[in-house]
Design a protein around this ligand. Structure first.
Ligand SMILES: Cc1cc2nc3c(=O)[nH]c(=O)nc-3n(C[C@H](O)[C@H](O)[C@H](O)COP(=O)(O)OP(=O)(O)OC[C@H]3O[C@@H](n4cnc5c(N)ncnc54)[C@H](O)[C@@H]3O)c2cc1C
Length: 459
């Protein structure tokens, strides 16, 4: 910072007013002298070079990365390298360094198409290998690291991927049993099928227990019948539903022999291999959003859609071929808590992406305020750097400190979440863990995404 040009403190408002008047007078003097000059001369504010081209660091940036990224540096660099090699990621060369960034001037349709193409490219390079079929903390931490890199590049890409891998794939992992894992996980990892996650409805979002989609069982055919009984029960905001998803997890009330057993999750195919909606499935597009336009959010109606009995994700409850409801967890509250499991890792990743989005927003704002000047204190002196104005300092620096401060806590949360997954299978313990872990990242998600909005918008 250019501290020599900072304003001094004032003992009273008259002094402050006269200082402001003198600064403005000098500014207008400069304008007069510029306009009287016959040729435009270079001044400091016209000698701008983007800092990313020329910046030098007074410390070892690898140490800083170790502190901030925390883990899997080589994997992160490998993925940055893959992205820089492909025109899909819009690489640009400045001063011998390659920078990648999406083109947000593209239309919604173009952004959606680019997001899908980027996913196909990364799939073909093996980026997602092991994300669902691998086991162990190392694989999970690699997955987190790669998802963070993807989120730094583009939030749409991370969200579209997150819905497919962690919501659709995660639901199969957590709610499903071996038959579901064997049938769906490898194809999900390889993007042979494209999954979405239909929990929210027009009438019920946060209050998941109130959703109105109803599923009944037909023991004559061994099928479940999924129905959208009213307009407020249409599935709403479903990421991937508007264009690309071929399959969905459907959350629905399960009604067996006239008795409601609460919310359960089912697998349903919604499009054929050519991308056309299947019979009895209606889909509409949620359209343009203020952000995340690379994700095709949509609405889905189920008109008595029939699915095989095996498509009930049955890790905590099942229905026998003759239509008996079976569950190891008798308490409906605990059963519902188990259903919330896939949202847990989703919340950890939301917290991560909020912190990385905050870093990007703050880096942009702080770099700008360290290069842009406005108004000078003396006629011949340099104009004052924006960051030397206390108003800029007070807005940006506490948010910077908050972002640095929240990251170590978040790293701990990632390890906690991953080691928790090792215990899958111990159902009773798992329900207790899900109850507590669900609340923990939920609060982290809230606390890290609130400052993020503020950090990005400056409000
Ligand atoms: C971009 C985007 C993508 C999404 N993707 C998916 C997806 O892939 N799959 C999926 O299932 N869902 C998805 N959702 C839906 C998301 O999960 C829901 O928006 C979320 O659960 C909140 O539900 P809601 O929007 O119905 O609002 P709710 O939280 O249900 O709130 C409804 C109204 O009630 C008010 N309200 C809520 N709680 C209280 C309270 N305690 N006291 C007073 N007032 C209250 C709110 O202010 C609001 O006006 C997505 C949403 C968005 C915006």
């Amino acid at each position: 910072m250019d501290s020599s040009s900072s304003s001094s403190s004032f003992s009273n408002s008259t002094e402050r007013a006269s200082w402001r008047t003198s600064v403005l007078t000098k500014h207008f003097d400069q304008i007069t002298s510029y306009s009287s000059s016959s040729s435009l001369e270079s001044s400091i504010c016209l000698q701008y070079t983007p800092p990313e081209v020329s910046e030098k660091f007074g410390f070892d940036i690898r140490d800083m990365r170790r502190l901030l990224d925390g883990h899997n540096y080589e994997d992160r660099d490998w993925l940055y390298g893959l992205m820089k090699q492909s025109n899909l990621f819009c690489p640009k060369n400045y001063g011998g360094r390659v920078f990648i960034s999406p083109d947000y001037n593209q239309s919604m349709e173009q952004q959606r198409e680019m997001t899908m193409k980027r996913i196909e490219y990364l799939t073909s390079r093996g980026v997602f290998q092991g994300w669902l079929t691998g086991k162990g903390v190392d694989i999970d931490m690699r997955k987190f690291a790669l998802l963070e890199v993807i989120g730094i590049f583009d939030h749409s890409l991370a969200v579209k991927l997150g819905v497919h891998m962690f919501l659709w794939g995660g639901a199969i992992q957590f709610f499903g049993t071996k038959r579901h894992h064997d049938k769906w996980l490898k194809d999900t990892e390889n993007y042979v099928i494209k999954g979405c996650f239909a929990m929210s409805e027009l009438g019920h979002g946060s209050n998941v227990r109130g959703i109105e989609t109803i599923t009944t069982y037909d023991s004559n055919t061994g099928e479940f019948v999924i129905n959208t009984p009213c307009e407020s029960a249409q599935k709403y905001w479903i990421g991937g539903a508007a264009m690309h998803a071929t399959h969905t997890i459907v959350f629905s009330q399960l009604n067996i022999n006239g008795s409601n057993q609460g919310v359960h999750a089912f697998i349903a195919q919604i499009r054929d291999k050519d991308g056309n909606p299947l019979p009895n499935i209606r889909i509409a597009d949620c359209g343009h959003k203020i952000g995340l336009n690379g994700v095709d959010n949509g609405r889905i109606w189920f008109d008595n859609v029939r699915i095989p009995r095996e498509n009930l994700l049955n890790s905590v409850a099942d229905v026998s071929p003759d239509g008996q409801y079976l569950s190891a967890i008798k308490d409906p509250d605990q059963r519902f808590a188990a259903f919330l499991a896939p949202l847990t890792s989703g919340r950890v990743t939301i917290a991560a992406s909020a912190i990385y989005s905050a870093k990007i927003g703050l880096a942009t704002a702080i770099r700008y305020s360290l290069t842009r000047r406005a108004f000078s204190v003396s006629p011949t002196g340099p104009e004052v750097l924006l960051l030397d104005y206390p108003s800029h300092q007070r807005r940006l620096l506490p948010l910077l400190a908050k972002t640095y401060g929240s990251y170590p806590d978040f790293q701990k949360l990632k390890f906690f979440n991953n080691s928790g997954e090792l215990a899958v299978g111990f159902t009773r313990w798992r329900v207790r863990l899900f109850n507590s872990i669900h609340r923990s990242p939920y609060s982290q998600e809230l606390s890290s995404s609130f400052p993020s909005n503020e950090q990005i918008t400056g409000n």
